[in-house]
Structures are given as C-alpha cells and as structure tokens.
Write a protein that binds this ligand. Structure first.
Ligand SMILES: Nc1nc2c(ncn2[C@@H]2O[C@H](COP(=O)(O)OP(=O)(O)OP(=O)(O)O)[C@@H](O)[C@H]2O)c(=O)[nH]1
Ligand SMILES: [Mg+2]
Length: 311
C-alpha cells in the first residue's frame, strides 16, 4: 500500500493529469489517503502564480481565463484552471459551458481543467481550496487560475488562498458598482472592465475611479484594465498590471500567517476527531453525568491517547 502511494505521488510530481485528478477527488472527499498525500506534496508547493477571477454570472470570466491561459502558455507556463461552482455539489450547466470555452486548450498537456463544488463539508471549504492548490503546485503547474461566481462569503473564503484577485465587471454595471460593499472592493487587485466593445465602458471606468477615491488614505490602489475577452484585447495589459503589483489581499484581509495558523488549528481538531469518534465522546459525557467519571481526568486520558496515535 505504501509503495502504491509513493508511486501515486511520483506520478503527481510528474504532472500526469489522471493521478492529479484522482488526488483532487481524494482531497475533496476528505478520503483516507488525503492527509498523507498532502503531507508528501506540501514541500513542493508554494511556487505558482495563484490568480482568482471573480464576478457576476456571464461577465466573461471563463473566456478571460482562456485568454490568460493562452498568454501564459506562450510564455511556456503550465496552467491549472479550477472552476468553483457554488450552487451545486455536482457539475452544473455552467461547468459544461466552460468545457466548451476551454476547448481551445483541449489536448494541451500543459493545461489542466478541474471543477469543484463548494457545497459539502461546512467549514471545510477554505482549507480544501488551499489543499487543491497544494496538489496543483506540487504537480508543477506554474499558474493556478480559480474562477468563482459572485462575491459572497464563500467566494471570499476561497479568495483568501490566492495571491491576486481580478474582479470582472461589464459596461452597464454602474449601479452594482455603487452598491459594492467596501469589503469586496478592497480585495480586488484589478478591476477589469470586460466587454469593453460594448457601450458604457468609459462611464463605468469613471464611476470606478470616483469610488476608488473613497478608499482610505494610503491604501494600495487597485488598477483598472479594459478588455474584450472574446478577442483577447487588453489581456496583455492585464498580465502586465498583475506582474507589477504585489497582491493586495495579504495586506488587507488579515495576514497570511493568521490564515495558516487557523488552517493548522482546524487540521489539529480534525485529527483529534479522527482518533476519537463521536460515539465515544457521547459515552464519556454519559459517564460524567452519572458521576462515574472525572471530566478533567478524561481530558488528560484523551490527550495522552491522541499523542500515541499515528495519523
Ligand atoms: N461582446 C463580448 N462578449 C463577451 C466578452 N467576453 C465574453 N463574452 C461573451 O459573454 C458570454 C459569457 O462568457 P463566459 O466567459 O461564459 O462568462 P462567465 O463569467 O464565465 O459566465 P459564468 O461562468 O456562467 O458565470 C459568452 O457568450 C462570451 O462569448 C467580451 O469581451 N465582449
Ligand atoms: Mg464561467
């Protein structure tokens, strides 16, 4: 079993699509081998450009990601694309549409496409994103592009694991921009006005500029870029502005260090829960209630047991 696992890890390290896909499934399901995989792969992670692309349905995120991918491929970067579907635990219609849009990269071994559901283990969401990125980085992808729809709490959680965020808007969204919550505005590194071939791009840009003027003094200034994702116009400028900016997110939404600490904390709790199942905790509570056990002694016994357990 051990050598099977080693073989699997070697295949992932070579960037072979099937073993990588299997590893992601194992992690999404929190399967029995997911921890061992992550532990072995972690040392090889941490090197990719992690880009989050978010925005309302239909603004052109997938088309844009396809263009960004083409741009990165010209620079010989290997690219992994992760589409996060917030609505359904199974691949919904939009994922199917993405398959079509990603067709131009079909058969290119340097591009890996994966969709993920966010529904599932409650609270397990953010660490899962971090874990998915760990696998993809260890598999040698130079860039991980994550598409999410909208900017709800779940998306913000996901975006905590990327280094830069592109918020995609389209002409005519001026009212939405006015309503945008401060928290959302502040996490975007780039405000992208896509579909700039349509009327109203300049108007949206001036609305954005007056809104950004409200950012607190000294706050890093996000850039505004116009694109036409269908033709690729403006994508070079986008790449340029991404390469010259340090990500805003790390400075604004809590620290990276705190995020890692809370991830470790959650892992520790899960580890303990795996060692001692709920039924036993139930039984312990019962015995305490009946006065047959001392809770403080029980805690010490549990801690000792966890210490001796192998993960
Ligand atoms: N005119 C114009 N159409 C565009 C542009 N970018 C994308 N589109 C079109 O907009 C539609 C939606 O594009 P997608 O890339 O699927 O948008 P999305 O944001 O990924 O959509 P969801 O994943 O469903 O939220 C498609 O028909 C695209 O061809 C653009 O710059 N100009
Ligand atoms: Mg899409």
């Amino acid at each position: 079993v051990r050598s099977d696992l080693n073989h699997w890890i070697q295949e992932i390290r070579k960037g072979e699509a099937r073993p990588v896909a299997r590893a992601l499934t194992e992690i999404e399901n929190r399967g029995p081998r997911s921890r061992t995989l992550l532990r072995s792969l972690f040392p090889y992670s941490g090197k990719a450009l992690r880009l989050g692309v978010t925005g309302a349905p239909g603004v052109g995120k997938s088309t844009l990601i396809s263009q960004i991918t083409a741009n990165l491929r010209r620079q010989d970067c290997k690219v992994a694309i992760v589409g996060v579907d917030p609505t359904s635990p199974y691949s919904g219609g939009s994922i199917l549409g993405d398959r079509v849009r990603m067709q131009s990269h079909h058969g290119d071994p340097g591009v890996f496409v994966r969709s993920m559901a966010t529904r599932g283990v409650l609270g397990g969401l953010a660490p899962t994103t971090a874990d998915v990125v760990t696998v993809l980085e260890a598999a040698g992808y130079d860039a991980v592009l994550i598409e999410t729809v909208g900017v709800g709490q779940a998306e913000i959680e996901i975006m905590k694991w990327v280094s830069q965020i592109v918020l995609v808007l389209t002409p005519g969204m001026g009212d939405d921009v006015q309503m945008m919550k401060a928290g959302v505005m502040e996490i975007a590194d780039v405000f992208l006005i896509n579909k700039s071939d349509q009327d109203g791009a300049s108007q949206l840009e001036s609305q954005l500029r007056s809104l950004l003027a409200l950012l607190p003094e000294g706050a890093p200034w996000p850039s505004i870029v116009r694109t036409v994702a269908t033709t690729g116009e403006g994508v070079d400028q986008l790449m340029e502005s991404l390469s010259t900016r340090p990500g805003l997110l790390n400075r604004l939404v809590g620290g990276w260090k705190e995020r890692l600490a809370s991830m470790v904390q959650q892992e520790v709790v899960e580890h303990i829960q795996r060692c001692i199942d709920d039924a036993r905790f139930e039984k312990m509570a019962h015995e305490i209630v009946e006065g047959r056990q001392n809770p403080y002694e029980l805690v010490e016994a549990v801690v000792a047991e966890v210490k001796n357990a192998k993960s």
